[in-house]
Design a protein around this ligand. Sequence first.
Ligand SMILES: Cc1cc2nc3c(=O)[nH]c(=O)nc-3n(C[C@H](O)[C@H](O)[C@H](O)COP(=O)(O)OP(=O)(O)OC[C@H]3O[C@@H](n4cnc5c(N)ncnc54)[C@H](O)[C@@H]3O)c2cc1C
Length: 431
Amino acid sequence: MNETFAVIGAGPSGLAAARTLQRAGLLWTGYELAGEVGGLWDINGPRSTVYESAHLISSRTTTQFTEHPMPDGTPDYPGHRALLAYFRDFADRFALRDGYRFHSEVVKAAPSEDGWDVTVRTPSGKTTTRHAGVLLANGTLSEPNVPELPGKFDGEVIHTSAYKRAAQLAGRRVLIVGAGNSGCDIAVDAVHHAASVDISVRRGYHFVPKYLFGRPADTLNQGRPLPARIKQAIDGRVLKLFTGDPTRFGFPAPDHRIYESHPIVNSLILHHLGHGDLAVRPDVARLDGDGVVFRDGTRGAYDLVILATGYRLHYPFVDPSLLRWRGAAPDLHLNIFSDAAPGLFVLGMIEASGIGWQGRYEQAELVAAYLLARRDAPERAAAFDAAVRGPRPDLSGGYRYLGLDRMAYYVNKDAYRTAVRAATAALRGEG
Ligand SMILES: Cc1cc2nc3c(=O)[nH]c(=O)nc-3n(C[C@H](O)[C@H](O)[C@H](O)COP(=O)(O)OP(=O)(O)OC[C@H]3O[C@@H](n4cnc5c(N)ncnc54)[C@H](O)[C@@H]3O)c2cc1C
């Protein structure tokens, strides 16, 4: 049997997996579709969904890998080029590139008698290799979620995944559908290039500025997590003082409390709304020739509609029954372990405010601890297997998340990291 584990993807999660397997002394081979490490932060990568103006939304100290801090002098919210350089540097420091096969797309991963058969397509053909297991880190923000809009449009409709640079907006009347983090970034780009800009929203959002009290907002209150209700009350009040009421700028009132959905971290969108550089419109009712009709019956004329409607999870090379899909996401223990497929581990399938790459790294540490326990401490591994089969732990941190598809794999970062660290310690026999 091949003792080598397959790592699929060389983005932050894949690199974290490669590094933690390396640290654990376990053998691994990485497969990466692109010709470079960095995942979606490589704007030229085939599955990348960043655009020229993309910067971190979480600040660097809460995002970076603990064992590889960004150099002094790095800005609080670096852009995608600096982040790609960071991941190249991480890979070089630990010689991770040597373990990767680039331009190698995994097209199938299936359990076999004594391991997993991984089929890879390269420019020179397809090959299948048997591995001891598979760590799947192919990303969560690459497969566009494209809603069917009724009606016909004479202009162009694209998804944000096809948006790369502001020149695409130049001189055009632009409608952005959805005010998530990418939608708001692109709206801000559009203000400087488009002939006109509207943003259509279905619901209200909570807007968090990038800086509060002169510091990156996510670096405040980093100590012991406050109970959900108290944090919501305090942060809600602070936001009211800093950003005011988003309904003043034309947004609907949020139908949820802060942190019950992913907050929008953007200091500029409200600024531009306040300057009349763009306008908020209701949900789209239908496309209508050279324009769009909205739910309130009003109409706008546009040349370009950009669907900022998010992404969906996509693991096309694994039999869905092995991932226990339930609705919009696989139902996995700690969002990693499937009770239907020992030897298959999903990394990076977490959405959370502030989980950072270190949160993803800790997922990989847990997988490595489990693999070592399976080899060296079978009773601890068996106890963990029982947990994988058992009821799912509450990872909400006490927040009542909106029941939306995009929230299907959402966790509270503190609850999640505490659970993952505790499981890792138990598998290592610590404490
Ligand atoms: C605009 C934008 C801003 C963001 N800002 C933040 C932020 O501030 N903080 C934060 O923590 N996160 C942020 N994110 C989320 C981002 O997804 C993570 O930072 C991180 O990139 C996730 O890493 P990953 O390795 O799981 O996935 P990815 O970075 O998507 O990497 C997946 C890799 O797998 C490869 N791959 C895919 N399919 C295959 C296959 N079949 N075979 C082989 N290889 C394959 C891809 O080519 C890619 O290299 C942002 C995302 C976007 C789009």
